[in-house]
Design a protein around this ligand. Structure first.
Ligand code: 6PG
Length: 252
C-alpha cells in the first residue's frame, strides 16, 4: 500500500520529497554504497531539484557517490526546452558537485530510439549487474492528469513490457515517441516517491488511489514495488477528491 501524505501546497510537498531524497541518499552512502536515483520529468520536479541544490541540502550529500538516471525522456536534443535532462541540469546537476561520469542521460534524441533504449539498458546492466533487475535506491515520479507516469501512457505498448527494462514507447496521445523505464524496473525499486500537485490531477489521483485496478487506463496504478516503499506526496488541490476515509496523513 502506498503511503499518502497531503501538503498545504506544492512547495511543502517538494520539501518533504527533498527530505526523503536526503534520507535515502544518506542511508545509502553512509553504508559506503553508491546512491542510484532516477529523476522525474515534466515541471513538478523543478522546485524539488532546486531545493536539493540549495544550501539547506546540497552540502549534506556525498555527491561522489550519487549516480543519476532518468525515468523517461522526450525524443528531443538534450538542450531542447522539453528535455527532462536539460530541466534537471538547469535546476540541479549544474549546481551540485556530482562528477559528470555519474550522470547517465537517456539518449532519446537518437534516430533509432529502440537501439538507444537497448543501449541505455546495457548501461544500467553495467552499473547494476546484468543478471537481475536494477534496484534503484530511489525513483522519483510524477503523474499526468490522465494517470500516466514516466512515459507509461494509457493504452500504450510499454505498459505490457515485462522483459525489457527500457523501451521506446509510441504515445499517440501526444503524436510522439518517448524513452521510458518499464514496470519491471519501477517495481524493483527500494523507494518510489510520486509528487503530484494541482487540481487538474485530482480526478486521476482519485482513480489511482481509490479506483478499480486498471493499469491500461491509469498507468500510475501499476507502480507497486514488491519489496519497496511507495510514497504519494500530494498537495491539497490534487487531493481534493480523495475520500476522507482514505488512510492519509495531512501534514502541516
Ligand atoms: C515527463 C514525465 C511525466 C511527468 C508527468 C507530470 O517526461 O513528462 O516524466 O511522467 O511526470 O507528465 O508532469 P508535470 O510535473 O509537468 O505535471
Amino acid at each position: 500500500m502506498p503511503e499518502i501524505r497531503i501538503f498545504e501546497d506544492a512547495h511543502a510537498m517538494c520539501v518533504a520529497a527533498a527530505n526523503l531524497f536526503l534520507a535515502a541518499c544518506q542511508a545509502t552512502t553512509d553504508d559506503q554504497r553508491n546512491f542510484r536515483v532516477a529523476l522525474g520529468g515534466g515541471s513538478t520536479p523543478r522546485v524539488l531539484n532546486r531545493l536539493l541544490a540549495s544550501d539547506a541540502y546540497r552540502d549534506k550529500m556525498d555527491w561522489d557517490r550519487v549516480f543519476f538516471y532518468w525515468g523517461d525522456e522526450r525524443t528531443v536534443a538534450p538542450d531542447h526546452e522539453d528535455s527532462n535532462y536539460r530541466m534537471a541540469a538547469e535546476t540541479l546537476l549544474n549546481a551540485v558537485p556530482v562528477p559528470p561520469q555519474n550522470i547517465y542521460r537517456m539518449p532519446a534524441e537518437r534516430a533509432d530510439l529502440d537501439v538507444a533504449a537497448s543501449e541505455y539498458q546495457e548501461a544500467l546492466a553495467a552499473q547494476f549487474g546484468a543478471n537481475a533487475l536494477p534496484r534503484f535506491d530511489l525513483i522519483l515520479l510524477g503523474m499526468g492528469s490522465d494517470g500516466h507516469t514516466a512515459s507509461l501512457f494509457p493504452s500504450t505498448r510499454a505498459l505490457s513490457e515485462r522483459e525489457r527494462w527500457v523501451v521506446g514507447n509510441d504515445v499517440p496521445q501526444l503524436g510522439t515517441r518517448r524513452m521510458t523505464l518499464t514496470y519491471p524496473v519501477l517495481n524493483a525499486a527500494a523507494v518510489v516517491v510520486f509528487t503530484v500537485a494541482g487540481k487538474e490531477k485530482a480526478s486521476a489521483l482519485k482513480r489511482v488511489l481509490e479506483g478499480p485496478i486498471d493499469t491500461q487506463l491509469v498507468p500510475a496504478q501499476g507502480v507497486a514495488p514488491s519489496h519497496g516503499e511507495v510514497f504519494f506526496l500530494v498537495d491539497e488541490a490534487a487531493a481534493a477528491l480523495l475520500s476522507p476515509g482514505n488512510p492519509t496523513s495531512r501534514e502541516a
